[in-house]
Design a protein around this ligand. Sequence first.
Ligand code: PXL
Length: 281
Amino acid sequence: MKRIMTIQDISCLGRCSLTVALPILSAMGHETVILPTAVLSTHTQFSNFTFRDLTEDLMPIAEHWKKENFKFDAIYTGYLGSDEQIEIVKKYFELFANDGALRIVDPAMGDNGKLYVGFDEAFAKKMAGLCRHADIILPNLTEAAFMLGLDYQAQGYSEEYIKDVLRRLCDLGAKKAVLTGVSFHEKELGVMAYDAASDTFESYFNEWIPVSFHGTGDCFASCFAGAVLQGKSVYESFKLAADFIVACIKRTMADPDHHDYGVNFEEVLPMLVPGGGPTLL
Ligand code: PXL
């Protein structure tokens, strides 16, 4: 069994960050070690959320784990609350990823052309600095634009433009970049990826479902990380993750009482279980 450490917040309600990463990675058959960076009453799209910063616990936890000589096959980071937490994650990479562990960074900090509440352009640049230490990064187009200092383009761009964005993302230092929320045709939405070592691109598209749900980026990243750790290729992993998200959105919309602050991924989890549950696409 593989052991993965995931570093992100606990938003108690809102189906994002650790409340999706832990069940998804567990369902995919991995021992999942969590490092919570903060506890929030909800994610930051709600008003008046509480925020308990856990920064001061992070290094004592690392020191304990180091003394116990715990090993990890992968470290996957998501939403991080501050510059200081980004620096601490770099230390975790140094301490725990020194014997071949895969470092996956989802620079979760924005969507639809805007950064989430609490983040600014300087934070995006710090996140770009963390990407330098990653094997694989998973930004959406908004996060890529902020990290690279480019204007956000919602649509109407060319394939060459996306390839240029991907090359620049790998120029930050990551070995591979997987860009989500890419669309070259009105009715399609998908993923394009770049592998700097082989200078190759791969892409995968699904039908565009014209809705937006919170937390889908975290579900995508968790499923992707779980699939890579199962030994799937980067292409197979982002294809599975994209299909998983489409299935989650369809399942959510099938409920007339659904809300938009998280998707029903729970009932779609069986499609990720090794050995197979039903495919719920
Ligand atoms: O889904 C990303 C995410 C994770 N954690 C917190 C958030 C968000 C997005 O808004 O607010 C706390």
